[in-house]
Design a protein around this ligand. Structure first.
Ligand SMILES: NC(=O)c1ccc[n+]([C@@H]2O[C@H](COP(=O)([O-])OP(=O)(O)OC[C@H]3O[C@@H](n4cnc5c(N)ncnc54)[C@H](OP(=O)(O)O)[C@@H]3O)[C@@H](O)[C@H]2O)c1
Length: 283
Protein backbone atom coordinates (compact mmCIF):
# COMPACT_ATOMS: atom_id res chain seq x y z
CA UNK A 1 0.00 0.00 0.00
CA UNK A 2 1.28 3.46 -0.78
CA UNK A 3 1.73 6.02 1.97
CA UNK A 4 -0.15 8.62 -0.05
CA UNK A 5 -2.90 10.25 2.01
CA UNK A 6 -6.32 8.78 1.44
CA UNK A 7 -8.98 11.14 0.14
CA UNK A 8 -11.14 12.70 2.84
CA UNK A 9 -14.91 12.46 3.10
CA UNK A 10 -17.12 9.40 3.34
CA UNK A 11 -16.61 6.45 1.01
CA UNK A 12 -19.59 4.83 -0.70
CA UNK A 13 -21.45 2.63 1.79
CA UNK A 14 -21.17 -1.12 1.52
CA UNK A 15 -24.19 -2.63 -0.24
CA UNK A 16 -26.80 -4.21 2.00
CA UNK A 17 -27.59 -7.92 1.69
CA UNK A 18 -31.10 -9.18 2.42
CA UNK A 19 -31.60 -11.51 5.37
CA UNK A 20 -34.25 -14.24 5.39
CA UNK A 21 -36.33 -12.23 7.90
CA UNK A 22 -36.50 -9.19 5.60
CA UNK A 23 -33.79 -7.12 7.32
CA UNK A 24 -30.84 -5.82 5.30
CA UNK A 25 -27.25 -6.02 6.57
CA UNK A 26 -24.37 -3.89 5.24
CA UNK A 27 -21.93 -6.35 3.70
CA UNK A 28 -18.85 -4.81 5.32
CA UNK A 29 -18.82 -3.83 8.97
CA UNK A 30 -16.32 -2.72 11.59
CA UNK A 31 -15.48 -5.46 14.10
CA UNK A 32 -14.54 -4.25 17.57
CA UNK A 33 -12.93 -7.30 19.19
CA UNK A 34 -9.81 -6.17 21.08
CA UNK A 35 -10.64 -2.50 20.52
CA UNK A 36 -9.95 -1.10 24.01
CA UNK A 37 -12.97 0.56 25.61
CA UNK A 38 -11.05 3.85 25.75
CA UNK A 39 -10.73 3.86 21.94
CA UNK A 40 -14.04 2.29 20.96
CA UNK A 41 -16.29 5.36 20.78
CA UNK A 42 -13.73 7.34 18.77
CA UNK A 43 -12.97 4.51 16.36
CA UNK A 44 -16.65 3.64 15.90
CA UNK A 45 -17.36 7.27 15.04
CA UNK A 46 -14.35 7.34 12.69
CA UNK A 47 -15.78 4.23 11.03
CA UNK A 48 -19.23 5.80 10.64
CA UNK A 49 -17.65 8.99 9.29
CA UNK A 50 -15.70 6.90 6.76
CA UNK A 51 -18.97 5.35 5.55
CA UNK A 52 -19.42 2.19 7.66
CA UNK A 53 -23.00 1.53 8.75
CA UNK A 54 -22.40 -1.79 10.54
CA UNK A 55 -20.72 -2.27 13.94
CA UNK A 56 -19.98 -5.72 15.36
CA UNK A 57 -19.39 -6.09 19.10
CA UNK A 58 -20.19 -8.56 21.88
CA UNK A 59 -20.61 -8.64 25.65
CA UNK A 60 -17.21 -10.35 25.76
CA UNK A 61 -15.48 -7.41 24.01
CA UNK A 62 -16.22 -5.12 26.98
CA UNK A 63 -16.96 -2.12 24.76
CA UNK A 64 -20.76 -2.24 24.29
CA UNK A 65 -21.22 0.95 26.33
CA UNK A 66 -18.69 2.78 24.17
CA UNK A 67 -20.23 1.49 20.94
CA UNK A 68 -23.64 2.62 22.20
CA UNK A 69 -22.13 6.02 22.93
CA UNK A 70 -20.94 6.29 19.31
CA UNK A 71 -24.42 5.36 18.05
CA UNK A 72 -25.95 8.06 20.25
CA UNK A 73 -23.33 10.70 19.38
CA UNK A 74 -23.24 10.38 15.60
CA UNK A 75 -25.51 12.44 13.37
CA UNK A 76 -26.27 9.34 11.31
CA UNK A 77 -29.82 8.18 12.03
CA UNK A 78 -30.16 5.10 14.23
CA UNK A 79 -32.13 3.23 11.57
CA UNK A 80 -29.24 3.62 9.10
CA UNK A 81 -26.90 1.81 11.48
CA UNK A 82 -26.72 -1.93 11.98
CA UNK A 83 -25.48 -3.00 15.42
CA UNK A 84 -24.66 -6.60 16.34
CA UNK A 85 -23.92 -8.07 19.76
CA UNK A 86 -23.52 -11.59 21.11
CA UNK A 87 -24.34 -13.54 24.24
CA UNK A 88 -21.16 -14.90 25.81
CA UNK A 89 -20.47 -18.60 26.48
CA UNK A 90 -20.98 -18.34 30.25
CA UNK A 91 -24.51 -17.02 29.70
CA UNK A 92 -25.73 -19.83 27.47
CA UNK A 93 -29.10 -21.12 28.76
CA UNK A 94 -32.60 -19.62 28.58
CA UNK A 95 -32.81 -17.42 31.69
CA UNK A 96 -29.13 -16.50 31.70
CA UNK A 97 -29.38 -15.33 28.08
CA UNK A 98 -32.40 -13.14 28.79
CA UNK A 99 -30.51 -11.56 31.71
CA UNK A 100 -27.36 -11.14 29.58
CA UNK A 101 -29.38 -9.41 26.86
CA UNK A 102 -30.86 -6.95 29.37
CA UNK A 103 -27.38 -6.23 30.71
CA UNK A 104 -26.03 -5.65 27.18
CA UNK A 105 -28.88 -3.29 26.30
CA UNK A 106 -28.39 -1.35 29.55
CA UNK A 107 -24.74 -0.90 28.59
CA UNK A 108 -25.55 0.13 25.01
CA UNK A 109 -28.19 2.65 26.09
CA UNK A 110 -30.09 2.11 22.82
CA UNK A 111 -33.67 0.90 22.34
CA UNK A 112 -33.26 -2.20 20.22
CA UNK A 113 -30.52 -4.19 18.60
CA UNK A 114 -30.30 -5.14 14.93
CA UNK A 115 -28.72 -8.58 15.35
CA UNK A 116 -28.10 -10.76 18.41
CA UNK A 117 -25.96 -13.89 18.08
CA UNK A 118 -25.13 -16.92 20.23
CA UNK A 119 -21.37 -16.30 20.44
CA UNK A 120 -20.32 -20.00 20.74
CA UNK A 121 -22.39 -23.18 20.99
CA UNK A 122 -20.24 -24.75 23.77
CA UNK A 123 -21.55 -28.26 23.07
CA UNK A 124 -20.04 -29.64 26.32
CA UNK A 125 -22.59 -27.68 28.38
CA UNK A 126 -25.42 -28.51 25.98
CA UNK A 127 -27.28 -25.24 26.53
CA UNK A 128 -27.27 -23.74 23.05
CA UNK A 129 -30.77 -24.90 22.14
CA UNK A 130 -32.16 -23.14 25.24
CA UNK A 131 -30.05 -20.10 24.39
CA UNK A 132 -31.65 -20.14 20.94
CA UNK A 133 -35.14 -20.33 22.47
CA UNK A 134 -34.29 -17.17 24.44
CA UNK A 135 -33.22 -15.37 21.24
CA UNK A 136 -36.49 -16.43 19.57
CA UNK A 137 -38.37 -14.91 22.52
CA UNK A 138 -36.36 -11.65 22.38
CA UNK A 139 -37.18 -11.32 18.70
CA UNK A 140 -40.90 -12.04 19.31
CA UNK A 141 -40.83 -9.35 22.00
CA UNK A 142 -39.42 -6.84 19.49
CA UNK A 143 -36.19 -6.30 21.39
CA UNK A 144 -33.96 -7.46 18.56
CA UNK A 145 -34.65 -7.24 14.83
CA UNK A 146 -32.74 -10.34 13.72
CA UNK A 147 -31.30 -13.38 15.46
CA UNK A 148 -28.46 -15.65 14.49
CA UNK A 149 -25.56 -17.74 15.64
CA UNK A 150 -21.79 -17.67 15.61
CA UNK A 151 -19.25 -20.47 15.50
CA UNK A 152 -21.95 -23.03 14.69
CA UNK A 153 -21.01 -26.03 12.59
CA UNK A 154 -23.76 -27.25 10.26
CA UNK A 155 -24.74 -29.95 12.77
CA UNK A 156 -25.32 -27.33 15.49
CA UNK A 157 -27.54 -25.37 13.10
CA UNK A 158 -29.43 -28.56 12.21
CA UNK A 159 -30.12 -29.18 15.88
CA UNK A 160 -31.59 -25.76 16.74
CA UNK A 161 -33.72 -25.85 13.61
CA UNK A 162 -34.93 -29.39 14.38
CA UNK A 163 -35.75 -28.57 18.00
CA UNK A 164 -37.27 -25.09 17.61
CA UNK A 165 -38.38 -24.83 13.97
CA UNK A 166 -36.62 -21.47 13.73
CA UNK A 167 -33.51 -20.98 11.57
CA UNK A 168 -30.84 -18.35 12.21
CA UNK A 169 -30.56 -15.69 9.51
CA UNK A 170 -26.79 -15.32 9.99
CA UNK A 171 -23.95 -17.61 11.03
CA UNK A 172 -20.77 -15.68 11.90
CA UNK A 173 -17.79 -18.02 11.56
CA UNK A 174 -14.04 -17.82 11.15
CA UNK A 175 -13.53 -17.43 7.40
CA UNK A 176 -10.55 -16.23 5.38
CA UNK A 177 -8.39 -17.53 2.50
CA UNK A 178 -6.85 -20.26 4.70
CA UNK A 179 -10.29 -21.39 5.89
CA UNK A 180 -12.87 -20.60 3.20
CA UNK A 181 -15.59 -22.76 4.82
CA UNK A 182 -16.73 -24.17 1.47
CA UNK A 183 -19.08 -26.83 2.81
CA UNK A 184 -20.71 -24.56 5.37
CA UNK A 185 -21.19 -21.85 2.75
CA UNK A 186 -22.80 -24.28 0.31
CA UNK A 187 -25.11 -25.61 3.05
CA UNK A 188 -26.10 -22.14 4.23
CA UNK A 189 -26.62 -20.80 0.69
CA UNK A 190 -29.09 -23.63 0.07
CA UNK A 191 -31.07 -22.83 3.22
CA UNK A 192 -30.94 -19.01 3.04
CA UNK A 193 -28.60 -18.40 5.97
CA UNK A 194 -26.09 -15.59 5.40
CA UNK A 195 -22.48 -16.36 6.25
CA UNK A 196 -20.50 -13.65 8.03
CA UNK A 197 -16.70 -13.85 8.19
CA UNK A 198 -14.93 -13.19 11.48
CA UNK A 199 -11.20 -12.60 11.32
CA UNK A 200 -11.70 -12.01 7.59
CA UNK A 201 -7.98 -11.14 7.33
CA UNK A 202 -6.96 -14.12 9.51
CA UNK A 203 -6.12 -11.53 12.19
CA UNK A 204 -3.79 -9.87 9.66
CA UNK A 205 -1.64 -13.01 9.36
CA UNK A 206 -2.60 -13.94 5.79
CA UNK A 207 -1.60 -10.52 4.47
CA UNK A 208 2.09 -11.43 4.06
CA UNK A 209 1.27 -14.15 1.55
CA UNK A 210 3.17 -13.57 -1.74
CA UNK A 211 0.14 -14.53 -3.85
CA UNK A 212 -1.81 -11.72 -2.23
CA UNK A 213 1.11 -9.34 -2.77
CA UNK A 214 1.04 -10.21 -6.48
CA UNK A 215 -2.70 -9.66 -6.73
CA UNK A 216 -2.38 -6.41 -4.79
CA UNK A 217 0.27 -5.18 -7.23
CA UNK A 218 -1.85 -6.26 -10.22
CA UNK A 219 -4.86 -4.26 -9.01
CA UNK A 220 -2.98 -1.36 -7.40
CA UNK A 221 -4.55 -2.23 -4.06
CA UNK A 222 -3.36 -3.52 -0.67
CA UNK A 223 -3.39 -7.23 0.26
CA UNK A 224 -6.14 -6.46 2.80
CA UNK A 225 -8.26 -4.89 0.06
CA UNK A 226 -7.76 -7.94 -2.16
CA UNK A 227 -8.88 -10.27 0.63
CA UNK A 228 -11.90 -8.11 1.50
CA UNK A 229 -12.85 -7.90 -2.18
CA UNK A 230 -12.66 -11.73 -2.28
CA UNK A 231 -15.16 -11.87 0.60
CA UNK A 232 -17.46 -9.39 -1.12
CA UNK A 233 -17.45 -11.24 -4.45
CA UNK A 234 -18.42 -14.47 -2.68
CA UNK A 235 -21.47 -12.83 -1.10
CA UNK A 236 -19.96 -13.15 2.37
CA UNK A 237 -20.45 -10.45 5.02
CA UNK A 238 -17.09 -9.37 6.53
CA UNK A 239 -16.27 -7.39 9.65
CA UNK A 240 -12.55 -6.48 9.61
CA UNK A 241 -11.09 -4.87 12.70
CA UNK A 242 -8.66 -1.95 12.38
CA UNK A 243 -7.07 0.42 14.86
CA UNK A 244 -6.67 3.56 12.77
CA UNK A 245 -8.99 5.73 10.68
CA UNK A 246 -6.67 5.23 7.67
CA UNK A 247 -7.01 1.43 7.85
CA UNK A 248 -10.75 1.68 8.43
CA UNK A 249 -11.02 3.63 5.18
CA UNK A 250 -8.69 1.29 3.30
CA UNK A 251 -10.81 -1.69 4.32
CA UNK A 252 -14.09 -0.15 3.16
CA UNK A 253 -12.63 1.04 -0.14
CA UNK A 254 -13.18 -2.21 -2.08
CA UNK A 255 -16.24 -1.52 -4.20
CA UNK A 256 -14.59 -0.14 -7.32
CA UNK A 257 -12.45 -3.02 -8.56
CA UNK A 258 -13.09 -6.63 -9.50
CA UNK A 259 -11.10 -9.84 -9.06
CA UNK A 260 -11.23 -12.03 -12.15
CA UNK A 261 -11.58 -15.82 -12.27
CA UNK A 262 -7.81 -16.34 -12.28
CA UNK A 263 -7.46 -14.10 -9.21
CA UNK A 264 -10.19 -16.03 -7.41
CA UNK A 265 -8.52 -19.34 -8.30
CA UNK A 266 -5.18 -18.03 -6.97
CA UNK A 267 -6.83 -17.14 -3.65
CA UNK A 268 -8.60 -20.52 -3.56
CA UNK A 269 -5.16 -22.16 -3.72
CA UNK A 270 -4.29 -20.63 -0.33
CA UNK A 271 -6.70 -22.92 1.54
CA UNK A 272 -4.92 -24.85 4.30
CA UNK A 273 -7.77 -25.34 6.76
CA UNK A 274 -5.76 -23.46 9.38
CA UNK A 275 -7.82 -21.75 12.09
CA UNK A 276 -6.68 -18.75 14.11
CA UNK A 277 -9.31 -19.56 16.76
CA UNK A 278 -10.85 -22.63 18.37
CA UNK A 279 -12.81 -25.37 16.67
CA UNK A 280 -16.30 -24.82 18.13
CA UNK A 281 -16.73 -28.54 18.79
CA UNK A 282 -13.82 -28.53 21.25
CA UNK A 283 -15.50 -26.35 23.91
N1 LIG B 1 -17.76 -14.47 16.66
C1 LIG B 1 -16.52 -14.70 17.07
O1 LIG B 1 -16.25 -15.68 17.80
C2 LIG B 1 -15.43 -13.77 16.67
C3 LIG B 1 -14.09 -14.11 16.90
C4 LIG B 1 -13.11 -13.21 16.48
C5 LIG B 1 -13.46 -12.03 15.86
N2 LIG B 1 -14.79 -11.72 15.67
C6 LIG B 1 -15.21 -10.46 15.02
O2 LIG B 1 -14.49 -10.31 13.81
C7 LIG B 1 -13.81 -9.06 13.83
C8 LIG B 1 -12.54 -9.13 13.02
O3 LIG B 1 -11.73 -10.19 13.46
P1 LIG B 1 -10.26 -9.99 14.06
O4 LIG B 1 -10.17 -8.67 14.72
O5 LIG B 1 -9.98 -11.20 14.89
O6 LIG B 1 -9.31 -10.13 12.80
P2 LIG B 1 -9.17 -9.44 11.35
O7 LIG B 1 -10.20 -8.41 11.13
O8 LIG B 1 -9.03 -10.57 10.40
O9 LIG B 1 -7.73 -8.79 11.45
C9 LIG B 1 -7.45 -7.70 12.30
C10 LIG B 1 -5.95 -7.50 12.28
O10 LIG B 1 -5.57 -7.12 10.96
C11 LIG B 1 -4.95 -5.85 10.99
N3 LIG B 1 -5.45 -5.07 9.85
C12 LIG B 1 -6.69 -4.59 9.66
N4 LIG B 1 -6.77 -3.93 8.50
C13 LIG B 1 -5.54 -3.98 7.94
C14 LIG B 1 -5.00 -3.46 6.75
N5 LIG B 1 -5.75 -2.76 5.90
N6 LIG B 1 -3.68 -3.69 6.49
C15 LIG B 1 -2.91 -4.40 7.36
N7 LIG B 1 -3.38 -4.92 8.50
C16 LIG B 1 -4.68 -4.70 8.80
C17 LIG B 1 -5.36 -5.22 12.30
O11 LIG B 1 -4.34 -4.37 12.75
P3 LIG B 1 -4.64 -3.02 13.60
O12 LIG B 1 -5.68 -3.36 14.62
O13 LIG B 1 -3.28 -2.74 14.18
O14 LIG B 1 -5.11 -1.97 12.64
C18 LIG B 1 -5.50 -6.43 13.21
O15 LIG B 1 -4.24 -6.82 13.73
C19 LIG B 1 -13.58 -8.81 15.32
O16 LIG B 1 -13.25 -7.47 15.60
C20 LIG B 1 -14.92 -9.23 15.87
O17 LIG B 1 -15.90 -8.23 15.64
C21 LIG B 1 -15.77 -12.58 16.06
Amino acid sequence: MTDAPLPKGPLPHAPRLGLADGARIPQLGFGLYKVPAADATGLAIAAIDAGYRHLDTAAFYANEAEVGEAVRQTDVARDELFVTSKVWKDDNGYDATLRAFDASMARFGIEALDLYLIHWPVPSTDRYVDTWRALVRLQADGRVRSIGVSNFHVHHVDRIVDETGVAPVVNQVELHPWLPQRELRADHAARGIRVEAWSPLARGRVLDDPTLAELAAKHGRSPAQVVLRWHVQQGVIAIPKASSPARLRENLDVFDFELDDADLAAIASLETGERTGRDPDLD
